[in-house]
Design a protein around this ligand. Sequence first.
Ligand SMILES: [Zn+2]
Length: 320
Amino acid sequence: MQISTGLHRIECPIGPRYVAIYAIVGKKHTLLIDTGFDESIRTTVASYFKENKLSLDSVRYVINTHSDYDHTGGNKAVRELMPNALICAGERDRAMIESLNSMFYDRYNEFEKDHGFAESMEAKDFMMSVAFESNVDIGFAGNERIDLGGRYVEILHTPGHSWGHISVLDESSKAVIIGDAVLGNSVLLADGQPAFPPTYRFVEAYRSTIRLLKGYNPSEILTSHYPRYSGQAAIDFLDLSLNYTDLIEQICLETIAKSAKPITMMELIELTHLRMGPWDNPAYKYLAYPVLGHLEVLESYKKIKSSKNGNGLTQYQLIK
Ligand SMILES: [Zn+2]
C-alpha cells in the first residue's frame, strides 16, 4: 500500500506473521528498508513493484535495519534482482548480517552456555532454507543523510533489539521507519494476536532509543510486525514499550528478592512468565532476551549479583 506520496509499505508473509518492507521513492533513487526472507524479495516485493510501476533498477539503497534473518534473508535476491543496489546496515550488526552462521551462534544461541536455553538445529535449518546472506556495502553509524533526488532521509542509530539497529526518518512525511527498534509488550502474529515476547536485549540502549524516537515527534511510527501507528497512537506505542521495560525489571528484582536461594534466568522465567505476557510454551522462553538484559542492568546497579551453580549455569541473588 502507498502510505503517502512515494512511501510504500509491502507486507510480506513469514509463516503466521508478516514482515513489512518499506520503499521510499525519490526522483533519482529508491530506498528499500529490510529484505524479509528470500521469497519476500523474489515474489512479494517484485510483484508489488511491477503492479505499481516502480523500477527495480532504481533501487540504490537497501537498508537492513538489524541482524535478524527475517530482515536480511532477501539480501542475495537483492543482488540478483536489483543491479544498482548498495546493501547498507548498522556497522555493529555487519558481521552477523554477512554470516547467518554468526547470527545463529552469536545472537540466537547466546543463551546456551551460561543460561541453558538453546535453539534447535531445526530452527537453524529453517533459517538456512528461507534466508540467504550477502556482504554489506555500507556500514552506517547513524546521522547520515541520503539524497534520493528531491527527497531526503536520515539514518538514526536505534540500538536495543540489536547493537547496530538503525531506523530511517523520511524528512518529507516525518514518518520514522523503525524495523524492530521498539517492540511494545509483544511481537504480533499477522492477525494481531501475541506471537512471542518483545525481544529487546540491551535495556538501557533500548530505553534511550524509545526516548529518542519520542523526541522526533514522528507523524507515524512504521514498524515491521505491527499495524501503522499515527499521531497519538505512535506516542502511545512508545510509552507502552517503555512502561513494559519497567514492569519486567520490577518483576525480575521482586522474584530474586523473594527467592530463598540463588536462581537461574530460566528458573526466573518459569516462575514469572504469566505476569509478563500471554505466550504459550515455548514462545514465552524468548523472554530470555529482555530478562537477561534486565538482569545485566540490575547487576550493574549492584542490586543483584551472579555466580555459577553446580551445572555451570549463571544464577542470581539479591545483594542485601
Ligand atoms: Zn523482525
